[in-house]
Design a protein around this ligand. Structure first.
Ligand code: BES
Ligand code: ZN
Ligand code: ZN
Length: 481
């Protein structure tokens, strides 16, 4: 979908505008839509067909095009992410009206938010459904607003977000037999091509010699072995050390292993590589936006399969940093592969900050639901930076505690550590606490997207499937590093 900004309404199939409750069409808006639609709108408002209540829509026609008004509800009672949701609703309406070209009249200051929502709402995953592939697409959307420098800058961000979010969402939606750890290498090669990114891949053999026991242990039950994929980007970097290393969990399918997941919990586990996909998408966006700095993305990829070769409950693995871990539950696998990724990242790149992103726990959705991601870190400043950055790009995150007693509870009985601990509950915190054992001194934060990476129920911006939660935060972290 082509994105553009214009001062006037171009020739389009549908023009959309949103009004708060009791808000009137502004003089500017009336000029933009023309006297015919302005008059029709006045009549409909007078007839009480439309008053801007939340969710209301009014569709008007003339010979050439349609004009749609959408109610935003009370201005002082807006839900979180209301502008983004509105953008998603607008995309949904434009598609329902079979518009190839749409124009959004935006009076306010929320171009970025509405456009983000429009992009997310426009996304469709059509690989496996023939009918969907034939459905009409929006080919161009014009945001009708000031064509000033600031907005043109926003347009660049939007173009990059459109590409990277679609990449992330498609990778998550693709089935695991089409995207195994080797497939992730192929996808990474595609991203690196024609971009200022370098790629390094460690295969199973290399990982063994490196001592990455976490990746090897988790991946050993699958036909296709584990991979560590490293993307590096350097542009006018001030130091040899990385500004940020992003580490993403890439479990291409999580059966749970010998601690097999039951029905109701296993069906959507192709999403378990969302962290790695998000890191890949962020690296793509960083390169496309030519951000300044030295950034590294590490994708730790493995399939947590069930076979006669799978790691056993009770097995003890030796990790990249030398620590031994008793695998008391083979379903707590994400922390095992991230442990290797984080320890390697710290040693190799001595970064100023490390951020990992992972569908680490189901428990995070018990605490925070499906819209808010959990954040933990080894110091207040880093966690605060993540939360502030997330807020600045309208992604919802909330801090969970990572106190010393939780870390203490990860100590092993006959090994240095164990991957689960009983009696503590706090499943998400325990996941974060385990990871903290693999970071020595680098400021580090862990983002748990276990509740947010995937949507079972549709919203204006997500259908059934992936969401790209966390992507904007990672990109913005790099922008403000
Ligand atoms: N991949 C899952 C977490 C998950 C669950 C992500 C649902 C998205 C939706 C993870 O590997 C896992 O199974 N975690 C367990 C940990 C437990 C065994 C300590 C969990 O959260 O139940
Ligand atoms: Zn698991
Ligand atoms: Zn998992």
């Amino acid at each position: 979908m082509k994105l553009s900004i214009a001062n006037k309404v171009p020739a389009v199939d549908v023009i959309l505008i949103a009004l708060y409750e009791k808000e009137k069409l502004s003089a500017d808006a009336r000029k933009l839509i023309g006297t015919n639609f302005a008059k029709q709108a006045d009549e409909r408002i007078k007839a009480k067909d439309f008053d801007g209540s939340e969710g209301q829509t009014l569709i008007l026609f003339d010979k050439k095009q349609k004009f749609t008004m959408i109610g935003r509800g009370k201005k002082d009672k807006q839900m979180p992410n209301a502008s983004e949701m509105l953008g998603g609703t607008m995309a949904g309406l434009a598609k329902k009206l079979r518009a190839k070209k749409a124009a959004l009249i935006l009076d306010g200051k929320d171009l970025l938010q509405i456009a983000n929502g429009f992009i997310l709402g426009d996304y469709e995953f059509k690989h496996y459904k023939k009918e969907d592939a034939k459905a009409p697409k929006i080919v161009e959307v014009t945001f009708v607003t000031d064509k000033n420098k600031e907005n043109l800058e926003i347009l660049k961000t939007l173009n990059s977000f459109q590409e990277s979010s679609a990449l992330v969402r498609t990778l998550i939606n693709i089935i695991p037999s089409e995207l195994d750890p080797k497939g992730f290498v192929t996808e990474s090669e595609k991203v690196v091509k024609n971009r200022a990114l370098t790629l390094t891949v460690f295969d199973e053999k290399k990982l063994k010699t490196m001592g990455c026991g976490g990746l090897i242990g988790v991946g050993q039950g699958a036909k296709v072995g584990p991979r560590m994929i490293i993307l590096e980007y350097k542009n006018k970097a001030k130091s040899k050390n990385a500004d940020i290393v992003f580490v993403g969990k890439g479990v291409t399918f999580d059966t749970g292993g010998l601690n097999l997941k039951p029905s109701g919990h296993i069906e959507t586990m192709k999403q378990d590589m969302a962290g790695a996909a998000t890191v890949l998408g962020a690296m793509q966006a960083i390169a496309d936006q030519k951000l300044k700095g030295h950034f590294v993305g590490i994708l730790v990829c493995a399939e947590n399969a069930l076979s006669d070769k799978s790691v056993h409950p009770g097995d003890i693995l030796q990790m990249y940093n030398g620590k031994t871990v008793e695998v008391l539950n083979t379903d707590a696998e994400g922390r095992l592969i991230l442990a290797d990724g984080l320890a390697y990242a710290e040693k190799q790149f001595k970064p100023k900050m490390m951020v990992n992103i992972a569908t680490l726990t189901g428990a995070v959705s018990v605490a925070l639901g499906y819209k808010i991601s959990g954040v933990m870190g080894n110091n207040k400043k880093t966690t605060a930076k993540i939360l502030k950055t997330a807020e600045s790009v309208d992604e919802r995150m909330w801090e969970l505690p990572l106190d010393a007693d939780f870390v203490k509870a990860t100590e092993g009985n006959i090994s240095d550590l164990k991957n689960i601990s009983d009696g503590m509950r706090a499943g998400s915190t325990m996941g974060g606490a385990f990871l903290s054992n693999f970071v020595e001194k680098t400021p580090w934060a862990h983002i748990d997207i276990g509740g947010t990476a995937w949507a079972d129920k549709p919203t204006p911006t997500t259908k059934y499937g992936s969401t790209s939660a966390g992507l904007r935060t990672l990109i913005e972290l790099a922008k403000t590093a």
